[in-house]
Design a protein around this ligand. Structure first.
Ligand SMILES: [Zn+2]
Length: 88
């Protein structure tokens, strides 16, 4: 069972969260007209083995967006921070 330690609510089952994607992909500027930059942002992923940073939203709790470091092999959770406080 995957449990995510929410900074607001404490450890909770992952069923309370919504996966939000790869947190390591930089988002282009809102007015960036380059379709290749947007294609890379939306579709290209590395699918790494090991530690990976991901967005998760605590939808059945505080509803905050988090950046969770999760090992994609063992599912061990490393750091968890509020997305609004995270610096890529
Ligand atoms: Zn929470």
């Amino acid at each position: 069972m995957l449990r995510i330690p929410c900074p607001c609510c404490g450890p909770r089952d992952h069923d309370e969260f919504r996966y939000g994607g790869d947190a390591s992909v930089p988002r282009p500027a809102p007015d960036d007209p380059d379709p290749e930059a947007w294609h890379a942002y939306v579709y290209r992923r590395q699918n790494p083995k090991g530690a990976h940073r991901e967005y998760w939203q605590h939808v059945l709790g505080c509803r905050q967006w988090l950046v969770v470091e999760r090992d994609t092999v063992s599912h061990r959770i490393g750091s968890v921070v509020m997305a609004r406080e995270w610096q890529a």
